[in-house]
Design a protein around this ligand. Structure first.
Ligand SMILES: C=C1C=NC(C(F)(F)F)=NC1=N
Ligand SMILES: [Mg+2]
Length: 222
C-alpha cells in the first residue's frame, strides 16, 4: 500500500462527518447511513465527551459504523485511539496536539491516512514535517461539540496558512454549517468537517446534502 495522493485526500475532505454516540439524537448507525445517503465523503469515529462508550461497547459501535462505511466506499477514520484503529484495520487516524506524537503514530500506522489538528502556523508546519496527510484547522466558529475547544479564529486562519505556503490538504472544523461553509472554502480549505450540523439534525441526510451543495457551489465559484 502507498500513502494517499494529495488530490485524492482533498476530494475525500470535502464533507467530512465526525461523530460518536454522544452526538447523535438517533441511533448512530441510522445517523451515519443517512449522512452517507446525503453525500458525505469521509467519516471519523470520535467517541469522546461525557457519556462516551468505552471498552467492548466502544469497539462494537466502531465495528458497526466501519461496516456501514465499507458498504458505501466511505473511508473510516478513528479519532485519538490508534490501537483501536489498528485493531479494526481502519483507513486512518486523527490525532490532536495533546495526543501521541505524530511521528510515532505515523510509524505505527504505516501508509494509513494520518490527520493532525493544527491551530496555528507552527503546528501546521510540524504536522506536515511529521508526515500528516491532512490537517484539521479550527475552531473556525464557536462550537458546542468540543468541551475544551480553543477560541474561534474565523476563516482568516485558513487564509494565513495558505499565504505562508501551507499547501497540504486542509479541512476546516468548528461551528461549520451550510450557511458558512462557502466562506471557509473560499478562504482556501479543501473541505469542511462537522459534528452537530449533521449528527443533531432532524434529517442528517438533508443536512449532509445541503453541506455538499454549499461546498460544491463555493468551489465552482472559486
Ligand atoms: C479535534 C479535531 C480537529 N479536526 C478534525 C478533522 F476535521 F478531522 F480534521 N478532527 C478532530 N477530531
Ligand atoms: Mg484528540
Amino acid at each position: 500500500m502507498t500513502r494517499i495522493a494529495s488530490d485524492t485526500m482533498r476530494e475525500q475532505l470535502k464533507v467530512y462527518f465526525i461523530m460518536g454516540s454522544v452526538n447523535c439524537a438517533k441511533p448512530p448507525a441510522e445517523v451515519l447511513a443517512e449522512a452517507i445517503a446525503g453525500g458525505i465523503t469521509l467519516f471519523q469515529f470520535r467517541e469522546k465527551g461525557s457519556g462516551a462508550l468505552v471498552g467492548e461497547q466502544k469497539y462494537e459501535l466502531a465495528k458497526q459504523l466501519q461496516h456501514i462505511c465499507r458498504e458505501h466506499g466511505i473511508p473510516f477514520i478513528v479519532n485519538d485511539d490508534v490501537e483501536l484503529a489498528l485493531a479494526l484495520d481502519a483507513d486512518g487516524v486523527h490525532i490532536g496536539q495533546e495526543d501521541e506524537d505524530a511521528r510515532i503514530v505515523r510509524a505505527k500506522i504505516g501508509d494509513k491516512i494520518l490527520g493532525v489538528s493544527a491551530h496555528n502556523l507552527e503546528e501546521a508546519r510540524a504536522a506536515m514535517d511529521a508526515g500528516a496527510d491532512y490537517i484539521g484547522v479550527g475552531p473556525i466558529y464557536p462550537t458546542k461539540s468540543k468541551e475544551d475547544a480553543k477560541k474561534a479564529q474565523g476563516p482568516e486562519i485558513i487564509r494565513l496558512l495558505r499565504r505562508h505556503g501551507i499547501a497540504i490538504p486542509l479541512v476546516a472544523i468548528g461551528g461549520v454549517t451550510a450557511d458558512n461553509a462557502g466562506e471557509v472554502i473560499a478562504a482556501g480549505a479543501d473541505g469542511v468537517s462537522v459534528i452537530s450540523a449533521i449528527a443533531s439534525a432532524s434529517s442528517p441526510e438533508t443536512a449532509a446534502r445541503q453541506l455538499v451543495r454549499a461546498v460544491q457551489s463555493s468551489k465552482k465559484g472559486a
